[in-house]
Write a protein that binds this ligand. Structure first.
Ligand code: 6R9
Length: 644
């Protein structure tokens, strides 16, 4: 671990909104008096009916119930748009940068208002009412933000599905959300390649049903349109009025569902509600990124992930910011693309993922150094632990040593950032997400649930609620309780391992459950295993993560074939493609090892600990193998481990 400390630069200290002293005092107050602290912070958004109650929370395993500002009402689209119109109608709300560097668009708050109203009216015309679920399967085009905000405007619940997911994965999410309406585009464009989004929707709707598909034009490709079910957005938009009043929405009414992988079963539909989520997203966006009036802010995530929800759309727009939405990828047309976009749009704040930094680091300094980047003031990181080497490179080469890096730890379930530096207050240690945000009470527990004090390492739990916390798993509250509130009763279990050093800094060590983090994308090993065993030639599969230089973790699959089936290079490729088709390209295994048997205990449980060690090439550290039903299986696995 890196021992280096970067003090808060003097200019930052002098101009800090929150300096070190203020952080300490305000943090203490925020946890001692959450009602007082959050009651005040909640005034940053506009309410329709004011709340009189702040925090009403039970983490009791028998009755998990989470409410914030429960009797207040508001509207998120009103907060992100209408509220700004009197003084920033002509300010740019969204800068859209296309995959093709010659394409960009500037959308003002006035235009955003028009577009969102139209979109909302189209949804209404197709029967969408408050509380209905709408699935959004779009590329990174402004319409993705319009569609999300249109749902929020009428009180409908969006479920954004990442455009990289396969028809099967999409079908599962449409079905689970019981969503009658799907919004998609003819095609997506990324890295110069087109992806057949509408065709994927058609394939998904052969398995599950939806009443209406609304198709936004991106490339103009010819796609099948099923009469009575499929509608062109552009045609529908012409038929509806241009204004749409916003609905009054309860603080605890749902805003969105977002599917995320866990250790077991299918992805869970994590449900977020309205008031607390917006307060948390907006406040963290302002303080962690030190967002200032007039800044151009760029988060490179996709709206298909929670980072896109909270820190491309809702947090920035609630703060009246100019948020950049990028359709492309870091290495197209060249590996200078990120830095060129920064120069083109004079980006002040840049937020990306360690996997992108590591990939670009591999291309050397020249592609960065030939750009100016002088507009950049602050850098951010999210999605997985950032290794100190990548941190140092990001700091020294990209930020030229003058930009603080905010390493932000949070999750789909937390709604917004929970552990991160405040750039004017917190000295930085490369690789550490540093200190808790206001109101957040992290604790480190051992396997028995004992709370550890001082410098220690264990599992990360959060002792009490924060406004942006997920409220439930859609349609399955029991699963919500099981997943997050039973391992350590009375506390929220994050699934992450963590070390705290003697300065009280938190260092996330990665997942402690059967979740792997590939390029910042969460995947359950169980999900990939069930995709593999769905193949007719596969008898059994076990999947583990292994360290990968660029992706952070790679996917290593042990596969036992059906009797009589020969292992071959061709079959290996076939299985990789099969997983890609069942889930997504991000889930395709990096390594497949064909194995005659898997190491199991006498009760038949696969010993993943051993499989992880073999995948990591650490044969010396296999630990106790005496409880295995057949220890010779392990020798075979070691002997036949593919090179690499
Ligand atoms: C926002 C997001 C959550 C998991 C989380 C952890 C890992 C995210 C991190 C980080 C170390 C950071 N993670 N940020 N680990 N340092 N700054 O990524 O949500 O997709 O739900 O993933 O990602 O393991 O538990 P999500």
């Amino acid at each position: 671990m890196s021992e280096k400390i970067y003090a808060v630069p003097e200019a930052w200290r002098n101009e800090a909104r929150v300096n070190a002293e203020k952080y300490d005092a305000l943090y203490r107050r925020s946890v001692a008096d959450p009602d007082g602290f959050w009651g005040e912070q909640a005034q940053r958004i506009e309410w329709i009916a004011p709340f009189t109650r702040v925090k009403e929370v039970s983490f009791d395993t028998h009755n998990v119930a989470i409410e914030w500002f429960g009797d207040g009402s508001t509207n998120i689209a009103m907060n992100c748009i209408d509220r700004h119109l009197p003084h920033r109608a002509d300010q740019v709300a969204i800068i859209w940068e296309g995959d093709d560097p010659s394409l960009s668009r500037h959308i003002t708050y006035r235009e955003l208002h028009e577009q969102v109203c139209r979109f909302a009216n189209v949804l209404k015309a197709h029967g969408v009412r408050k509380g209905d679920r709408v699935t959004i399967y779009l590329p990174m085009i402004p319409e993705a933000a319009y569609a999300m905000l249109a749902c929020a405007r009428i009180g409908a619940v969006h479920s954004v599905v990442f455009g990289g997911f396969s028809p099967d994965a999409l079908a599962g999410r449409i079905e689970d959300a019981q969503s009658d309406v799907v919004i998609t585009a003819d095609e997506g464009v990324r890295g110069g390649r087109k992806s057949p989004l509408k065709d994927n929707v058609d394939a998904a709707l052969e398995k599950v049903s939806a009443k209406t598909v609304i198709v936004v034009t991106r490339t103009g490709a010819k796609v099948d349109m099923k009469p009575g079910r499929d509608f062109r957005y552009e045609d529908e938009a012409k038929k509806v009025p241009e204004d749409c009043p916003y609905a009054e929405v309860g603080a605890e009414d749902p805003l969105f569902i977002l599917y995320t992988s866990g250790s077991t079963g299918k992805p869970k539909g994590v449900l977020h509600t309205t008031g607390g989520y917006l307060v948390h997203a907006a406040l963290t966006h302002e303080l962690v990124f030190d967002y200032r009036e007039g800044d151009v802010y760029w988060c490179t995530a996709d709206v298909g992930w929670v980072t896109g929800h909270s820190y491309i759309v809702y947090g920035p727009l609630a703060n009246g910011a100019t948020t950049l939405m990028f359709e492309g990828v870091p290495n197209y047309p060249t590996v200078s693309r990120f830095w060129e976009v920064i120069d083109k749009h004079k980006v002040d704040i840049f937020y990306t993922a360690p996997t992108a930094i590591r990939a670009l680091m591999g291309a050397g300094e020249e592609p960065v150094k030939k750009t100016s980047r002088k507009s950049i003031r602050l850098l951010g990181s999210v999605g997985e632990p950032i290794n100190p080497e990548a941190w140092e490179w990001y700091h020294r080469v990209v930020g030229e040593g003058r930009c603080p890096i905010v390493d932000t730890w949070w999750q789909t379930e937390t709604g917004g950032i929970l552990i991160a530096p405040l750039p004017g207050a917190t000295a930085l240690k490369p690789g550490s997400a540093t200190k808790p945000f206001f109101g957040v009470q992290p604790e480190i527990v051992d396997a028995n649930g004992n709370v550890l004090e001082g410098a220690c390492e264990g599992n990360l739990v959060i002792a009490d609620s924060w406004p942006g916390q997920a409220r439930t798993v859609f349609g399955d509250h029991e699963r919500f309780v099981q997943t997050y509130f039973t391992a350590y009763p009375g506390k929220y279990f994050t699934g992450d391992g963590c070390r705290r050093d003697s300065d009280g800094y938190y260092w996330i060590t990665g997942r402690v459950d059967d979740v792997i983090n590939v390029s910042g994308h969460r995947l359950g090993t169980a999900e990939i295993e069930s995709a593999l065993v769905a193949h007719e030639k596969v008898a059994e599969a076990a999947v583990v993560g292994f360290p990968h230089a660029i992706k952070g973790q790679g996917i290593y699959a042990y596969v036992t074939l059906m009797g009589g089936v020969e292992a071959s290079e061709r079959l290996r490729k076939e299985l990789v493609d099969f997983v890609r088709k069942e889930i997504s390209a991000i889930a395709s295994p990096d390594v497949i090892q064909f194995a005659p048997g898997l190491p199991k205990t006498r009760s038949g449980k696969i010993m993943r600990r051993i499989l992880r060690k073999i995948a990591e090439n650490e044969f010396g550290a296999l630990g106790d193998t005496s409880t295995l039903a057949d220890p010779s299986v392990v020798e075979d696995l070691i002997k036949n481990r593919p090179a690499g």
